[in-house]
Design a binder for this molecule. Structure first.
Ligand code: PMP
Length: 306
């Protein structure tokens, strides 16, 4: 295992990573019936702080509801487990992965009435998701041959394990083709999102966020819209085709793991000057200041780990 997650919170107790085991007959392992979150904690002047914890836990509970999974812990218990996981492992900054999955009681496709949902929270130190190089020079995207699934095929607003087969197929193809990330279109050909990021573009000084349709309702997307407006930019939420991205002055991707990552090319067409865009970098800087507690106006987004 390359991930060093130290102590993992598993169904209410902390266990060392090597002991955090589940049954090979877990329903989730066979059918993808899990929901999860990706959260980051950052070093701030007042100690480690978790970014937008409430919003992430809320999305976890909403995802569980979509899959008709009952999380056997309260909202506050899950929040506390996340805070404790960061604290117990002594991280200054880390990536946090809560996971809820259908356990091992029956292996029919139907997990109900009460295949018990199990819960774990793991955290580890994780740097730039798309690499330092992508941040400096911009990431290379290529349009995936896989479309983001329509809303009546899979519940894309739920952060569900099974949904990520779509992301993993697209991401593998992109990397095999020499790109850094995949751009997924929806089944009508409009821009949906990256394999794990929401997409923004800039044209003539206006910032455009891809509107919510079949993409995940990203928490970073929400934060970036607010930050960009506070920086004085006009922000519009639009439906866009891929050539609108090719013709944009700047394109960037946002996500908890990817933070704010500039895009330098899409489908071998350079975006703008073919490097990280100026507005992108301004927004990136403000975002990183917000998450690291250097902007009092966004401090309400932080949960300090005492
Ligand atoms: N879209 C997908 C498919 C994702 O996996 C993620 C990462 N969770 C995002 C968008 C960005 O969401 P967030 O900003 O909440 O991390």
């Amino acid at each position: 295992v390359h991930i060093k997650a130290g102590l993992i919170w598993l169904n209410g107790e902390f266990v060392p990573q090597e002991e955090a085991r589940v049954s090979v007959l877990s329903h989730a392992l066979h059918y993808g019936t899990s929901v999860f979150e990706g959260i980051r904690a950052y070093e701030t002047p007042k100690g480690p702080a978790i970014f937008r914890l409430d919003e992430h836990v809320e999305r976890l509970f909403h995802s569980a509801k979509v899959l008709r999974m009952e999380i056997p812990f309260t909202f506050d218990e899950v929040k506390q487990a996340i805070v404790e996981t960061v604290k117990r492992n002594g991280y200054k900054a880390c990536y946090i992965r809560p996971l809820v999955w259908m356990g091992a009681r029956t292996l029919g496709v139907n997990p109900l009435p009460n295949n018990p949902a199990e819960v774990m929270v793991a955290a580890w130190e994780w740097g730039a998701y798309l690499g330092e190089e992508a941040i400096k020079k911009g990431a290379k995207l290529i349009t995936a041959s896989w479309a983001r699934f329509p809303a009546h095929v899979m519940p894309g607003k739920a952060k569900a394990g099974g949904n990520y087969i779509n992301s993993a197929l697209a991401k593998m193809d992109a990397l095999s083709a020499g790109a850094d990330e995949a751009l997924l279109l929806d089944d009508q050909g409009f821009v949906a999102e990256g394999s794990g990021e929401n997409i923004f573009f800039v044209r003539k000084g206006v910032v455009y966020a891809i509107e919510h349709s079949v993409n995940l309702m990203g928490i970073t997307r929400d934060s970036v819209i607010q930050i960009a407006r506070d920086l004085g930019y006009e922000v519009k939420e639009v439906r866009a085709t891929r050539e609108q991205l090719w013709m944009a002055d700047e394109v960037f991707m946002v996500g908890t793991a990817a933070e704010v990552t500039p895009v330098s090319s899409i489908d071998w067409r350079p975006i703008g000057t073919g490097t990280a865009g100026e507005i992108t970098l301004k927004i990136r800087k403000a975002y990183l200041e917000a998450v690291t507690g250097q902007r009092p106006e966004y401090e309400h987004w932080l949960t300090y780990v005492q």
